[in-house]
Design a protein around this ligand. Sequence first.
Ligand SMILES: C[S@@+](CC[C@H](N)C(=O)[O-])C[C@H]1O[C@@H](n2cnc3c(N)ncnc32)[C@H](O)[C@@H]1O
Length: 291
Amino acid sequence: MHQPVLLKEIIEILEPGENENFIDATFGEGGVSFGISQLTGPNGKILAFEWDPELYKLGVKKIKNLKMEKRIKLVNQNFKNIKRVVKQEGFSQIKGIVFDLGISSWHYEKSSRGFSFKYDEPLDMRINPNIKITAFEVINYYSYKDLVEIFKNYGEERNAEKISRTIIDRRKKKKIETSKELAEIVAEVLPTTKKIHPATKIFMALRTFINSELENLEQGLKDSYDVLDKGGKIIVLSFQGLEDKVIKKIFRMLKAKGAKVITKNVVRPTKEEILKNPKARSAKLRAIHKQ
Ligand SMILES: C[S@@+](CC[C@H](N)C(=O)[O-])C[C@H]1O[C@@H](n2cnc3c(N)ncnc32)[C@H](O)[C@@H]1O
């Protein structure tokens, strides 16, 4: 089960009240939606987005088992379409929107799509099967120049050239087919540190590029402001520097439109939370208030 990060802080900022409506832009395994819905009874509603069709189906089942169908509407949509979906669903009086970026624990542990270097799985890394390219195609067919650009621009990997050269070398002999093979190739090139696996940034870059995560975020965040009620809040939880750059850029734009940034300093998880849930270590929370 995905342990939601900074949930207490999200709730403290949102201050959900009786019968209020919210949007959960990234349902995942539902932690944020269920947390909010406990405070918005008896009739407050949540419109929740989950782009992954498998996770969406599991979510629909979970909502049904918990008898929350009247309170949580889950849609299998990309949050970059937030404006259109809100209109289609006739959803209104939105008091808050939460983006908890990235992928769920389920993706790493259960999806079998090669998101984790711990497992020997086919290199796929798509959140949604309608996406045209897979990690296998990028790793085995993209040019040296393209690989370097992806690793630099989407993973801030300083050794992008060296890693790309080795990948090109290896794939001439045999296609690189699995997450483990790729992780081992990167580990041969880079020195291992105790704390993080040397392939962390390469996996992050591939996932971010394949799923257009930065582009989705830019569009979704911009448009979410337009659907929000006056007085409503947007909270964004990010896990990597490039996402944070996009968030700061959009918040600056929204500030110019009159919004107030709530989190003057970024909110980080406590040491206790990181101990309980090491995935929280890189989390940053920012929030903005529509005036
Ligand atoms: C970090 S998880 C959210 C975890 C969730 N808050 C919980 O408590 O379980 C992010 C989720 O957003 C989904 N996602 C990623 N990009 C998306 C997008 N553009 N539109 C909608 N969902 C997306 C992922 O599939 C993943 O399940």
